[in-house]
Design a protein around this ligand. Structure first.
Ligand code: ADP
Ligand code: MG
Length: 407
């Protein structure tokens, strides 16, 4: 029997999936730490949970430690302390370490969370990453611009979701980006040479330091291009072939990177570039399940509950996957124009009717819903087919025919 404490500040969709996966495991006892009161815990979970502890600030290590100790006292021991979101990784690791709970240490979590430290370690190990600098003020920024040249990228050291990430093409844009990020010695920013090429993900499962399974997706196009172009729709493609040629070449680099960063057991989500001159460059890697519906797609493509697989990996250190049966893709519908609400959704009904059963699941944008603040946009549709080309075709139909307008 494993005693698992799961951090769920709020019960959003991905966190509900994590929790469902954990609760469906055998030989497990699950308690949650949350910012919600017990009556706000979704009723589907309430009777199955072995405890609930409310905190005011879910990423405050002191409050987390207090909550974990309460479970410890009641259960006699805590074997796992888990959470899904990027911002939780450091406080969770700190508490694990303080209380002697197995799992990722604070040092390793920091390797994954601090972009500068991560790329420094990878570069020193001879792995391909963009040239970089930590920026504590305008002089650092100008020095880097002079040495690396434009374009460059300026972003937070521990970012998430392409927030406050800027492509800088010249001195004027550099000033604008500095104004947005206000880097200082206490709050440095990250500068990188701009890598042009297509952007991909790479998901890896490791058990006790050994990579046991992996998979790669295409971002169509990359997140920064999507954020820079608000009219753009966005797709993620999971090909039927688990290792296309470019992925086959990249896999050893990914595995070497995870070794350098010190991952033991877990699922990681890397982003990487395939450049126009056919090189592979590591962008960043997170020690948590991927977003943008990749978990759903992996489930559909292999006909398994992939969240359940993640739960089994994290709790019992077990992971087995059947071969891939399908190619999958997700189209994210993003609104255009000014305004705070969706005023019209055009072309989507026709595209969906056209695609029929290829659309497996969708959360469609609705007139009146508020404008999204995330690059995932106002809604999405997941498609599945036997051939990768059929999924590409379906995604193209979905995004070229659909317009979501704000007003
Ligand atoms: N050095 C770079 N060259 C080109 N594009 C980049 C670079 N760094 C970041 N980007 C773009 O910005 C996006 C967000 O940057 P990333 O480092 O992944 O931060 P986040 O933690 O917000 O995901 C990336 O997915 C990519 O599209
Ligand atoms: Mg990223």
């Amino acid at each position: 029997m494993k005693h698992v404490v799961f951090l769920a500040p709020y019960f959003g969709a991905n966190i509900r999936e994590c929790l469902r996966g954990l609760l469906e495991l055998e030989e497990v006892r699950v308690g949650v730490i949350t910012q919600e009161s017990a009556d706000r815990v979704p009723s589907a979970f309430r009777s199955r949970l072995d405890g609930h502890y409310q905190v005011r600030d879910a990423i405050d290590p002191a409050q987390l430690a207090r909550a974990v100790r309460a479970f410890w006292k009641e259960w006699g021991r805590v074997d796992r302390l888990l959470g899904y979101m990027e911002e939780m990784q450091l406080p969770l690791a700190r508490v694990r370490e303080a209380l002697g709970i197995p799992g990722m240490s604070h040092e390793v979590a920091l390797n994954f969370r601090d972009k500068h430290r991560m790329k420094g370690l990878l570069a020193r190990a001879g792995l391909p990453v963009a040239r970089q600098a930590r920026i504590a003020g305008p002089d650092d920024a100008r020095r880097f611009a002079e040495a690396a040249g434009y374009p460059l990228v300026l972003k937070p050291l521990a970012g998430v979701g392409t927030r406050h990430t800027f492509r800088v093409d010249g001195d004027e844009e550099l000033l604008a980006a500095l104004n947005r990020l206000l880097p200082s010695a206490r709050h440095p920013a990250q500068a990188e040479e701009f890598v042009s090429g297509s952007e991909h993900t790479f998901e890896t499962v490791c058990v006790r330091g050994e990579p046991v399974w992996d998979s790669s997706t295409f971002y169509l196009p990359g997140p920064l291009e999507v954020v820079e172009n608000p009219w753009m729709q966005y797709c993620v493609l999971l090909p039927r072939e688990r290792r296309l040629a470019h992925v086959e070449r990249f896999a050893p680099l990914n595995h070497a990177a995870l070794r350098v960063l010190g991952l033991e057991t877990g699922l990681t989500h890397m982003e990487w570039f395939h450049t126009r001159d056919d090189r592979e460059i590591i962008s960043e890697v997170a020690a948590r399940p991927p977003g943008v519906n990749i978990m759903k797609m992996l489930g559909m493509a292999h006909e398994v509950d992939f969240w359940g697989k993640w739960a089994g990996l994290m709790v019992h250190e077990r992971f087995e996957m059947p071969p891939r049966r399908w190619a999958c893709g997700c189209a994210f519908f993003r609104g255009q124009g000014r305004g705070r609400r969706v005023a019209a959704v055009e072309g989507l009904a026709e595209a969906l009717a056209d695609l029929g059963e290829r659309v497996v699941e969708a959360r469609l944008p609705k007139v009146g819903q508020p404008r999204s603040s995330h690059y995932e946009g106002e809604g999405w549709a997941l498609v599945r087919a036997e051939e990768t080309a059929q999924v590409v075709d379906a995604l193209r139909r979905l995004v070229t025919n659909t317009r979501v307008r704000y007003a």
